[in-house]
Ligand binder design. Structure first.
Ligand SMILES: Nc1nc2c(ncn2[C@@H]2O[C@H](COP(=O)(O)OP(=O)(O)OP(=O)(O)O)[C@@H](O)[C@H]2O)c(=O)[nH]1
Ligand SMILES: [Mg+2]
Length: 302
């Protein structure tokens, strides 16, 4: 809570200093983006002001819901995918496009969530929780990084990090670098990552870009705005999430039917077999969940 407040104070402090950062960047780009800095600084200032306002409002509700949410999340381990990226990259747009506005019906298990987390249901029945985060900005002072940690600490509990990039931005490389720097300050190096090249609708040659993405590993092209590439995105998320899951073979007793359906939701089931003493299930499941299954795994081994 305290560091949240520090983050706020430091964002407010940061506002007038953006000018210097951007003119520096413009010089670095060697005039290639002349005038870019000036326009961008207005955008950045506006964004920062908005974020300050939003942070203030969210502060209260996040504090209220966070504990409750965490408890629930560990008891029903739906995998968590976190969106990270430079400010204005399109993270929130992607979240909204994937989940729709009224996805949180009241009778759902996660009806009360941290306001920036939503449930995404994939065609094959699997689902995951998608978390939006505060956008990063260039050259965060070390003190600000420390304060941001508080808002970002939850991403260390994710099964997957999705780095959203505005591929149409002239300073895209610097932005990617800035995000990587912030991530390297957090304890997330062991979490698998996927990169999303967003705003493909704005580039001059989307086909060429898609080919380039295909040649790279773990890059998906999308337009969060018009929905282009979202199915590929969901498939890539599924594939990548397997990396953070463990293989289990467990014998689930018949009176634990609920558990069985949860496995189908959170994991990737390869095989089910009905035996006299229960359902034998072979699946990739999130590590947290594998722990819950431990007693049944022992059953299976005997
Ligand atoms: N043309 C186009 N615009 C997009 C796309 N995705 C997002 N935008 C626009 O980019 C702007 C920023 O989008 P946001 O979703 O707010 O970006 P964000 O990453 O959440 O930004 P922060 O919350 O500041 O970190 C908005 O005006 C969106 O409409 C896209 O695929 N194509
Ligand atoms: Mg956002």
């Amino acid at each position: 809570m305290w560091s949240f407040k520090v983050a706020l104070a430091q964002m407010e402090y940061q506002l007038p200093r953006l000018t210097r950062m951007w003119s520096h960047l413009e010089r670095q780009a060697g005039g290639r983006v002349k005038g870019m800095g000036e326009k961008q600084i207005e955008v950045d200032k506006r964004i920062l002001r908005t974020q300050i306002g939003v942070l203030k409002k969210e502060l209260e509700s996040v504090r209220k819901h966070r504990k409750q949410y965490r408890n629930r999340r560990t008891s029903v381990p739906v995998p968590v995918v976190s969106l990270v990226g430079y400010t204005n990259a399109g993270k929130s747009t992607l979240l909204n496009q994937l989940t729709g506005a009224d996805v949180l019906a009241e009778d759902r298990l996660f009806a009360t969530l941290d306001p920036t987390t939503r449930r995404v249901q994939i065609k094959n029945g699997n689902e995951f929780l998608l978390t939006d985060t505060v956008g990063f900005i260039q050259k965060l002072p070390t003190t600000l990084v420390a304060a941001f940690r508080a808002t970002l600490e939850e991403i260390s509990e994710s099964s997957l990090l999705v780095h959203v990039v505005d591929i149409s931005h002239p300073l895209v490389e610097q932005q990617v670098h800035a995000v990587d720097e912030v991530l390297s300050e957090l304890d997330v190096s062991s979490i698998p990552r996927l990169m999303v090249w967003n705003k493909v609708d704005r580039v001059s040659d989307p086909k060429k870009l898609k080919l380039e993405a295909e040649r790279k590993q773990d890059v998906v092209c999308v337009s969060a705005l018009n929905g282009d590439g979202l199915e590929e995105f969901c498939n890539a998320v599924q594939e990548k999430m397997k990396d953070s899951m463990v293989w289990v073979e467990a014998l689930v007793p018949f009176d634990k039917g609920e558990l069985l359906s949860t496995i189908h939701q959170v994991g990737m089931v390869e095989r089910t077999e009905y035996t006299e003493s229960g359902t034998l299930i072979k699946a990739h499941v999130p590590l947290r969940f594998a722990r819950l299954l431990t007693p049944m795994r022992q059953l299976c081994a005997s």
